[in-house]
Design a protein around this ligand. Structure first.
Ligand SMILES: [Zn+2]
Ligand SMILES: [Zn+2]
Length: 181
């Protein structure tokens, strides 16, 4: 049975065309390590100028943004919070490593192009993206319920979609768990 999910939906305010933005189960696959490592992808809804639709595009965070995810020990913020878990520290460490290593700009996770526009700013404020077909504005109209089984997709750490990982790699990934994250 296809699972029911709530996903962000976008609509053109002039012609009414709707674009659900599918949640993706995307991972980077770092094949420079033995065994290969899965690393987290941070993405955001965007208008892809090549595909002519709403997609999820990479949103590469700055080191400052990443470091602010875990307040430094002794700061006022840290006093009120539980200390970060090992999983959180590992997650933030991987985000840092990805950004430090990255040499190319963010890509559309659908087709790999650099030619896209985000539909919202990093803080969540909507950005006006013009619908090329009619000149209207594509806006977020909230979450919509859909039947959707998001495929698991792997990318290189430069954001290039990989062909299917080998069976051996897949077995390792299943071993690592969280195939559904
Ligand atoms: Zn339109
Ligand atoms: Zn695209």
């Amino acid at each position: 049975m296809t699972p029911i999910q709530y996903i962000p939906c976008f609509e053109c305010d002039l012609c009414g065309t709707r674009y659900p933005s599918g949640p993706s189960r995307c991972h980077y696959l770092d094949e420079s390590t033995e065994p290969p490592r899965k690393m987290p992808v941070t993405g955001a809804a965007a208008w892809c100028n090549v595909e002519g639709t709403v997609v999820v595009a990479e949103r590469l965070m700055s080191l400052e943004q990443i470091d602010s995810m875990i307040p430094p020990r002794g700061s006022n913020e840290a006093c009120d919070l539980a200390p970060p878990s090992r999983a959180e520290i590992a997650y933030v460490g991987m985000l840092r490593e990805l950004v430090e290593r990255r040499t190319s700009p963010a890509r559309c996770l659908g087709c790999g192009t650099l030619d896209f526009q985000y539909l919202d700013a990093p803080g969540g404020a909507p950005l006006a993206v013009v619908h090329p077909r009619c000149g209207g504005v594509v806006r977020n109209i909230g979450l919509h319920m859909v039947e959707w089984e998001a495929p698991v997709v792997y990318y290189s750490t430069e954001g290039v979609r990989l062909s299917e990982p080998s069976a051996a790699t897949r077995a390792i990934l299943v071993d690592l768990g969280d195939e559904d994250c």
